[in-house]
Design a binder for this molecule. Structure first.
Ligand code: ADP
Ligand code: MG
Length: 328
């Protein structure tokens, strides 16, 4: 019987003019940006979804390699190349890297330096401490204070030289380095969305580990998205038809020393994890902007963040440790 049904189904597929079934699809990969990425699409055939998802993976793969701080790839200059050449010489890079650095420098100005992509030297110390702690929790320790102060002396945004004409990036301080972790996923989501739109696809939802970008609605209805509470339930629901929702949370990546958690969003004023919120979520049209702001607002008071959010025309949601959620 099963065989008969399979044969009939195969025949149906072969019949000329027989429309492929449309429906909802989802695919998840853990290959890029050190996070789980899910592509969901509504009202698509299998063939359309394959093309759409492959375009997304292709674009994310390309940008992942470009923004990778830790690995080199044959035949390309990436973020690691730029960092390795700090204090020595400029590196010719893909225009996407110039675009994102340009944007990040602008956001440094907009956020009073709370978003600083030149924080690499300080972030490295926290990264090492986290890796050590996760490998051996019993010997977990904080970065050394003197090392943090020394590293912080090499985080000047002015040391980042973007030469549009030459197509190069140069870091004019050999002990400084770029880290695009605060903006890379938002930018990648935006670029993947552009690829989909260019191919004529909509009704797609991209989720890059909490950076959510809607490319059109869910075939006539909005997508219902949750702002996550740390226990795994929802602090609020949002109906989104296009645009983006990006969350920076203290529960995403952390390690523990003496019962205290230390997360991965560092306040450039203290060189320590920013305190005050469980998470900050930004809803906006543009995912790169939302990603930059979710990180920056996490390093500000709510009042300071409100001023920035209102000036730039985005909605922000602040989740406090007592479970209170407020927005502008
Ligand atoms: P996530 O990547 O977990 O979604 P964010 O978008 O907030 O969260 O980015 C956090 C990452 O940004 C960190 O892992 C680190 O690489 C980098 N970062 C941390 N603090 C800052 C800061 N104040 N300015 C710029 N980049 C930062
Ligand atoms: Mg961010």
């Amino acid at each position: 019987m099963k065989r008969l049904i399979a044969a009939a189904a195969a025949l149906l597929l072969l019949l000329p003019g027989c429309a492929e079934k449309r429906g909802t699809h989802t695919e998840t990969r853990y290959d890029y940006f050190d996070t789980v990425v899910t592509v969901t699409a509504a009202d698509m055939t299998d063939t359309e979804f394959r093309t759409a998802a492959d375009a997304v993976w292709d674009e994310l793969g390309r940008l992942h390699r470009l923004f990778d701080r830790y690995h080199e790839y044959a035949g390309m200059n990436n973020l690691k190349t730029v960092n390795d050449k700090a204090g020595t010489e400029p590196a010719e890079v893909d225009p996407a890297l110039l675009d994102l650095c340009d944007f990040a420098v602008r956001m440094y100005g907009e956020t009073d330096g709370r978003l600083n992509v030149m924080l690499g030297s300080v972030l490295d110390l926290w990264h090492e401490a986290r890796e050590r702690a996760l490998a051996d929790p019993a010997s977990a320790s904080l970065p050394d204070d003197a090392a943090l102060s020394e590293a912080a002396a090499h985080t000047d945004i002015a040391a980042l030289r973007i030469d549009r004409e030459a197509g190069t990036l140069y870091i004019a301080d050999k002990d400084a380095s770029l880290d695009l972790g605060a903006v890379a996923k938002g930018y990648a989501a935006e670029k993947a969305a552009e690829r989909l739109t260019g191919l004529g696809y909509d009704h797609v939802l991209l989720d890059l580990g909490g950076n959510i970008r809607a490319v059109g609605d869910k075939a006539g209805v909005p997508w219902t998205l949750g702002i996550r509470a740390p226990e795994g339930d929802c602090a609020a629901l949002r109906e989104v038809s296009s645009g983006t929702l990006v969350t920076s949370g203290s529960y995403q990546r952390y390690f523990t020393v003496d019962g205290q958690n230390y997360h991965h969003i560092i306040d450039p004023r203290t060189n320590y994890p920013a305190v005050g919120f469980v998470s900050v979520t930004v809803e906006a049209a543009d995912s790169t902007l939302a990603d930059a702001l979710s990180t920056a607002l996490f390093c500000m008071t709510e009042a300071e963040g409100r001023a920035v959010a209102e000036r730039l025309g985005v909605t922000a949601f602040w989740l406090y440790p007592d479970g209170t959620l407020v927005h502008n």
